[in-house]
Design a protein around this ligand. Structure first.
Ligand code: PMP
Length: 458
């Protein structure tokens, strides 16, 4: 064999460069922001690292060449598994949600994989969901079949722990202050971030979450709120994968589709970084973190996959315009417009307020639910129906505290959230709580939105 050659393409995984971002895209923040170019891995993303580890572990427990690998994947894990399978002699079946781009599906088929497409807009435990479909196919193909199950397979974070974490440490050492990553399965932030925290506990981990995902509200308030759909692919979840350890996070920031996609386009156009949507999300999140941190830090952002996979979406002006992501088109306004210029006098209850007092409050104010707030921290929302259930159950009295009755059946938005997005939020959630830098500043229900739109039209 020639001395400069690798035995096969899987040996080329890793050793991706770190590149400093210029002030063309960093919006003048004091910190230095760098990107770890995981999109340059041979399978096209950071998932090459965990896919190698998952297959290594499966081979130890009996997977043999000629066998099947089945996975529920948004594309990147599939590409990595398919690349390794081509070299090691496995057949792949991938199950994907239908919001994924055609390029991703075609790329998997090019590796010889079978791809099954399932509806996105169903609950994770619905038999039609891509998670459940993958499980069923794996059962049908057993026994020489490995269901990779990246959301619950600890070989996923372990792969990033063994590969990405040490590589970042070798490249950055103690100069690194903050690691920023988008979060899907959590393999990256839990694995690589966990490794970095072990070698240097001073390193901070910042997770980036799209509006609509469960992670942000859960970290901020411990509540499982109502998830809703968004366009950025690969990050955010509507359930909690066991591969994600949210306790490791020092901070979590939230981004919306428009800022993700505009930042992605800037990274390609202004920096020559050929990255995809979750990379724009992670960089936009890193900039938000940097703006709030008040320190000059060295921040490393993991940029996961490439622009190539999103040519028909993020890099297609028609698609961007149709979805309201391009230009300053006249929209319906933002949530701040509904709240009005003067700060709302918010009606809230403390967790130790008695059921009797809250009933009185709802009655006298003519409202049907009230946020429960402890100090500045949002605990949940208690609604008429919760009080009713409590009283009917026979276990509760009028003197019980309302704290334990508070529910998570709300979504959270910011004052800058667009009305169009608020409307889709309120399709799924009963009410939207408006948080500004973590503090509750307003409550918006469907009727508030209707009133606002009616006034606007008058
Ligand atoms: N970006 C993209 C494009 C992805 O496909 C994924 C994985 N779903 C992630 C980010 C998040 O990585 P992880 O699953 O390790 O949290």
């Amino acid at each position: 064999m020639m001395k400069g050659a690798l035995a096969d393409i899987t040996k080329a995984v890793g050793h991706t460069p770190i590149v400093k971002l210029s002030d063309r895209v960093t919006e003048g923040v004091a910190s230095d922001i760098y990107v770890k170019c995981e999109y340059l891995n041979p399978g096209g993303s950071h998932k090459d690292r965990m896919a190698s580890n998952m297959i290594d572990e499966a081979e130890k427990t009996g997977l043999k060449p000629g066998g099947y690998i089945v996975e529920a994947t948004s594309g990147n894990t599939g590409a990595s598994l398919a690349m390794i399978s081509a070299v090691r002699g496995y057949k792949c079946v991938f199950v994907m949600p239908d919001k994924m781009s055609q390029e991703k599906i075609a790329a998997l088929r090019a590796f010889g994989a079978r791809v099954v497409v399932c509806p996105t807009a169903v609950e994770a435990d619905d038999p039609r969901s891509y998670y459940q479909t993958a499980k069923r196919i794996a059962n049908e193909l057993a026994p020489n079949c490995f269901y990779a199950n990246q959301y619950h397979n600890m070989a996923n974070p372990a792969g990033q722990y063994k590969s990405l974490g040490p590589e970042i440490w070798e490249q950055c050492g103690t100069e690194l202050d903050v690691l920023v990553s988008g979060m899907g399965t959590g393999g990256t932030i839990t694995g690589a971030g966990g490794f970095l925290k072990e070698v240097n506990p001073a390193i901070k981990l910042v997770g980036v979450d799209p509006i609509g995902s469960l992670y942000y509200d859960f970290v901020k308030s411990g509540r499982i709120t109502k998830p809703f759909s968004y366009k950025v692919e690969g990050i955010g979840e509507d359930f909690f994968p066991s591969t994600m350890n949210l306790k490791l996070l020092d901070e979590i920031v939230r981004v919306d589709d428009k800022e993700c996609f505009l930042k992605t386009r800037d990274l390609v156009r202004l920096e020559g970084l050929n990255v995809g949507g979750s990379s724009g999300a992670a960089v936009a999140g890193a900039i938000k973190y940097a703006r709030n941190s008040g320190k000059k830090e060295s921040i490393l952002v993991v940029v996961c996959d490439s622009a190539q996979k999103y040519l028909s979406k993020i890099f297609n002006d028609d698609w961007m315009r149709e979805n309201g992501f391009l230009g300053e088109e006249q929209g319906l306004g933002i949530v701040r417009d509904i709240l009005g210029k003067t700060p709302q006098k918010l009606v809230t209850a403390a967790p130790n307020a008695k059921v009797r007092e809250v009933i009185e409050m709802l009655k006298s104010m003519g409202i049907s639910q009230v946020p429960v707030v402890e100090g500045a921290k949002l605990v949940g929302v208690v609604a008429e129906v919760d009080l009713l259930r409590h009283l009917v159950s026979g276990n509760g009295t009028l003197d019980s505290p309302v704290g334990p009755l508070a529910e998570g059946d709300y979504a959270t938005v910011s004052p800058d959230t667009k009305i169009e997005l608020l409307q889709s939020v309120l399709n799924d959630a009963k009410l939207a709580l408006v948080l500004d830098k973590g503090e509750l500043v307003g409550v918006v229900t469907k009727i508030d939105l209707i009133e606002f739109l009616a006034k606007r039209a008058a």
